[in-house]
Design a protein around this ligand. Structure first.
Ligand SMILES: Nc1ncnc2c1ncn2[C@@H]1O[C@H](COP(=O)(O)OP(=O)(O)O)[C@@H](O)[C@H]1O
Ligand SMILES: [Mg+2]
Length: 262
């Protein structure tokens, strides 16, 4: 691609898999062509990680090594997911999903819940702090707005670290948390919060990622439905092998942009 045919405002969709690799530096190229097995890219902000990863997906799709519908790109924010979708489309990798972790998990829950648990997925609470306030009222604990926020933060921390209410106090001490009030009281509020949620038939944002409830029924029942999206993984295609740079065990740490291929 020459400067004459390439406008930064209206970039052209690359016309081949190899053309996807143009415009990548050698380390990004190494990431993009390492299609077999997991690859971990460790680098600072703005160094070209997203570019390397989106090109890796696009290269695999355009080369016919990856099925677009089997690839899920996940990131943290809606903005980042939108940016990924745009970049993938621009690289000609239509059909690849790019979502936030929560959106991807919620979508899978919505699909599998009726089959695995039965009924429809509980409603997602939009204002967790209100439920914490209701839990505090049930426990006859008075909390002002700031205290409510502090307790809510402790509940969120507990859930993302998979700490149940009974383990909150020792776990928070061990983690060196700045515990905002009596840990036994926080544990009680956390437990009451989970009760309020259950009574109202709702789930929170953390439940979306962490729901580990075992569905009833035999194992084969759980397997019904489409295959979960596998991790980005290439398969061997006769006559079309990833470039030698993708060889297992490749480790490069150069120019402040370390790349590790495994
Ligand atoms: N090899 C490259 N050539 C030209 N521009 C690049 C290259 N790598 C990254 N960029 C640009 O640098 C900016 C940051 O890249 P990005 O992939 O978003 O970084 P990160 O995800 O690491 O924060 C983007 O505008 C991207 O297009
Ligand atoms: Mg990025």
């Amino acid at each position: 691609m020459t400067a004459a045919t390439h406008s930064p405002l209206f970039p052209q969709v690359p016309d081949s898999a190899d053309a996807v690799l143009e415009g990548l530096d050698p380390e990004q190229r190494e990431v993009a062509t390492a299609l077999r097995g997991p690859v971990c890219v460790l680098a600072g902000a703005g160094t070209g990680k997203t570019r390397a990863i989106t090109h890796r997906i696009a290269y695999g799709v355009r080369a016919g090594i990856l099925q677009p519908s089997s690839v899920l790109a996940v990131t943290f924010t809606n903005r980042a997911a939108g940016e990924m979708r745009g970049r993938l489309r621009q690289l000609g990798a239509q059909g690849v999903q790019a979502r936030t972790f929560h959106s991807a998990a919620l979508r899978q829950l919505q699909y599998f819940w009726p089959k695995a648990i039965g009924g429809s997925l509980p409603r997602l609470v939009d204002r967790k702090i209100q439920l914490v306030a209701d839990a505090a009222a049930a426990c006859r604990v008075r909390l002002d707005r700031g205290e409510l926020r502090d307790v809510t933060a402790e509940i969120e921390w507990s859930k993302v670290t998979q700490t149940v209410p009974a383990d909150y106090a020792p776990a928070a001490v061990k983690a060196g948390r700045d515990i905002p009030r009596d840990p036994a009281e926080i544990a009680q509020l956390y437990s009451a919060y989970e009760d309020v949620k259950r009574q109202r038939g709702v789930i929170d944002f953390e439940d979306v990622l962490l729901d580990r409830r075992r569905p009833p029924g035999p194992r084969r029942h759980r397997r019904a439905g489409p295959r979960p999206v596998p991790a980005l993984r290439g398969r061997r295609v006769p006559g079309r092998q990833p470039a030698p740079a993708a060889a297992a065990g490749t480790v490069a740490r150069r120019a402040g942009r370390p790349v590790r291929g495994r």
